[in-house]
Design a protein around this ligand. Sequence first.
Ligand SMILES: *Cc1c(COP(=O)(O)O)cnc(C)c1O
Length: 389
Amino acid sequence: MKIKYLDLQAINDSYGQPLLDAVNGVVKSGWYLHGCETEAFEAEWGDYCGARYSVGVGNGLDGLKLVLQAMKIMYGWADGDEVIVPANTFIATALAISQVDLRPTFCEVNQDDALICCDEIYLQGLVNERTRCIIPVHLYGQTANLQKIYEFASKHKLQVLEDACQAHGAKCSYKGQRTCVYSFYPGKNLGALGDGGCVTTDNQEVAKLVRNLANYGQNIKYVHDYQGFNSRLDEIQAAVLRVKLRRLDADNKRRMEIAGFYQDNLPGNEKYEQNTQLTDVRSEKIANQLDLKNDGTNVFHIYPYITNSRKDMQKYLFENGIETQVHYPIPCHKQKAYSMYGNVFLPNVEYLAAHELSLPNSQILTDEQVNYIVKTIVRYFDLNEDYVK
Ligand SMILES: *Cc1c(COP(=O)(O)O)cnc(C)c1O
């Protein structure tokens, strides 16, 4: 059996003729930017997210940059002011900060869920007189602890920007005003056929300013209030996203189902240890897993498996037809691009970078494929009884 990590061709095929019709419709319309598809998608996505305002942008990175630049203007932040961001995220979260001349303060994550550490004492230690904002990243599709983050932020007069680029449709119990950025990169839970992104917010001023900045800093044509950017969600992508949005909840549900099967049947989960005759010998060899919630607050963009023998395990799975990935092998503060952070030490982030292995998970995987993945992993551990030292 051959299982790709992500089979985009099969995923997009599964939407059938309506997806092709959506593209065709735009091609034939003669209108490709700032049109009715984008406007309709913005409204539908805003509704879906329960946000008051929704602004389509070119991609996730742009969305993050545009919000930070808007906040910089609104609140009078200076170049070099600081933004707290977890170090185990896709580099875009950090780049967005740097590219609007702010400074990332890389922070630690929780051991049990890989999300931004919300320990108040710890976070307080990162705040100084130049700290302006904190960016929780809803990593792997899990909603971060927003209650704690927003409370902490309001206590220290910080803004909050949520990087929701991996968490389309993840439930959230926090009821306050939020600003979120989404990416519609093809591999995301809601993916375009190219680049796309959206900023959703309950803050009217943020929405207005993001829209202005994304359109060359103009509200009126050829009248420029700011040195803006060019960042657009185009009509073809918007039309595609409208078709795919109708199935997002069902697609996410399937991902949760697969994740549940992994959780129930893969070695290393507590449930596995309780329900089977896992030998003591074996349990020592198998790493503890993250405590992944499966109650709708996690849309399992990525299924992270924690292993003490990642290289070997990845090779074994590959030889048995199963493609996996690593999210992320080098944390932001260890990248050459951020070499000035060379002496920052974040043990949980670094542990994850060394032990995480992402298993295939998408709406089109069959029960047979998921079974095969689990069986192959169990066989791997059976064959490697004395692997971990
Ligand atoms: C995908 C992603 C981004 C960036 O999205 P692009 O559309 O590729 O620019 C930002 N943050 C996180 C956490 C992501 O996963």
